[in-house]
Design a protein around this ligand. Structure first.
Ligand code: BG6
Length: 480
């Protein structure tokens, strides 16, 4: 794919995301020669520092966060030469915008990407300052980091604010899960394989569960996390995106808008969760002290040092009201301080012919392992060869996709923004539809309409979540 020469301007360039993800992603793309000669990276933030100091900070971040096999000191040196730094307060019209302009105007026709890795409340102010200093050219795009708001109204406000200065086709809203190879694989697995495509509906599928579990706690982000919680942090965006890819009808083509049309149709068809059924359809919980392997960790409240009504675990049963999925439960769950890091989609099929095999025929299931150990597993019935009678047993077929280096999701997404490929970014109507659906649950939780459950750190979550799936005859598939 052709990548034009670019100038990448990062707002929030000294922040955690820039250090952990953005710079390592650009470096790795540089390393594999996807970054055209002459491209530039311009970091901006409020910290007063020189370009040399910023490069040093970047070097340390690369040494810390790059996967070991990708560190090459000589290449890192060359990469750092691409980087500039300008001290700017994005909200202040009198800040150092002219210095940024002097750098950018050297190449007025170049693709310019402004990456907003800052608090979303200031996206509009930064856009306005870019506009008033004539920094937004026809060849400019803006990448918006999550979270786009905390509910429908704040999401609309942010979208309205940025759209005053950028057209929708210039706005790239990140959901880094869409940059994961295995998440994109959902499209390949579903639509490129007739034997899977043919059974992909409620006629053959009993339920679909989507899990994103992590062993980490809130790390250094307690301030953000405690105002967010598991549903805002993971379900509104990542898990609903995966759900839409799993549930959408075949898109008309693979172009960005066709795929996004198909996804948004799913989000709009989600059966509302209301105050009346929120207790039945959702579970929220906080971790208490426990152990991850041999590592003892405190509970969420102790870690925070104050009481909190924020969930670190959320499980939701969702229904998609389309002909394909009528009555099929989609289970979404996410957890901090879970037993293991594991994101996967597990599709449970309806059992085979009971008139032949009776109750011994078990449901087949297919797991798509998003991360780690990217791959799939298909568990199905075969005859037990050791039995003298016709007895069935389950066999598992495993496929491993992780034998080559799988690029980090930001690598693909950051360069897709340069290339102007919007397909793996979230359109405005998707963000807003996702908020519209989750918001009543958030409101009911905030008003304590459902109980806050607990689970020990290092477990698979609260017992209530097992009951949630048992109601429809399912169980969570835990990886061992
Ligand atoms: C982010 C959340 O969007 O995704 C974090 O804000 C979470 O809380 C992270 O840890 C998980 O991403 P990944 O790629 O490690 O699964």
């Amino acid at each position: 794919e052709h990548t034009p020469v670019f100038d990448y301007v990062i707002f929030g360039a000294t922040g955690d995301l820039a250090m952990r993800k953005l710079l390592p992603a650009l470096y790795n793309q540089f390393r594999v020669k996807h970054v055209p000669e002459g491209s530039r990276i311009i970091g901006t933030a409020r910290s007063d520092m020189t370009c040399e100091q910023y490069r040093e900070m970047a070097r340390q971040a690369l040494d810390t966060f790059l996967p070991k096999g990708t560190i090459n000191p000589e290449l890192i040196d060359r990469f750092l030469q691409m980087i500039n730094y300008v001290t700017i307060d994005g909200t202040n019209p009198d800040s150092n915008w002219d210095a940024l302009k002097a750098i950018l105007d050297k190449y007025p026709h170049r693709v310019r990407v402004f990456y907003f890795s800052t608090a979303p409340q200031i996206f509009e102010a930064i856009s306005e300052n870019l506009a008033s200093h004539h920094l937004i050219t026809p060849n400019s795009r803006v990448v918006l980091e999550k979270p786009i708001g905390t509910d429908s109204a704040s999401a609309k406000k942010i979208n309205d604010g940025v759209s005053r200065f950028f057209g929708e086709n210039q706005i790239f809203r990140i959901d880094h899960y869409l940059g994961k190879e295995t998440v994109q694989d959902i499209l390949a697995i579903r639509f490129a394989n007739p034997f899977i495509n043919a059974v992909w509906s409620g006629e053959y599928i009993q339920s679909i569960q989507i899990t994103a579990a992590e062993t980490v706690g809130v790390e250094g982000r307690a301030d953000y996390y405690d105002r967010s919680g598991a549903a805002r942090d993971m379900i509104q965006n990542h898990l609903l995106q995966i759900l839409s890819l799993c549930a959408m009808d075949p898109p008309k083509s693979l172009t960005g808008d066709a795929v996004r049309d198909a996804k948004v149709a799913v989000l709009k068809a989600l059966q509302p969760i209301t105050e009346a059924n929120v207790g039945q359809e959702t579970v929220r919980a906080q971790y208490t002290a426990g152990g991850i392997g041999d590592h003892r960790v405190p509970g969420y409240i102790e870690e925070l040092g104050k009481p909190s009504n924020t969930e670190t675990y959320a499980a939701v049963r969702a229904y998609v009201n389309t002909p394909r999925w009528k009555g099929v439960p989609f289970y979404l769950r996410t957890a901090k301080r879970s037993k293991r890091k594991d994101s996967e989609v597990v599709v449970t099929f309806k059992p085979g012919l009971k008139n032949l095999f009776g109750d011994q025929v078990q449901s087949d299931y297919m797991a798509i392992r998003l991360q780690p150990d990217e791959g799939f597993a298909l568990t199905f019935n075969i005859k037990d060869p050791s039995s003298p009678t016709f007895t069935l047993q389950h066999a598992t077929l495993e496929g491993d996709f992780s034998t080559i280096r799988i690029p980090d999701s930001y690598e693909r997404l950051m360069l897709d923004a340069v290339r102007g490929n919007p397909g793996l970014f979230i359109r405005r109507d998707e963000v807003e539809a996702a908020w519209d659906w989750i918001e009543p649950t958030l409101r009911a939780w905030a008003a304590n309409k459902t109980k806050m459950e607990t689970y020990p750190a290092g477990s698979h979550g609260p017992e209530a979540a097992n009951k949630l799936v048992a109601q429809t005859g399912d169980k969570w598939h835990e990886r061992l």
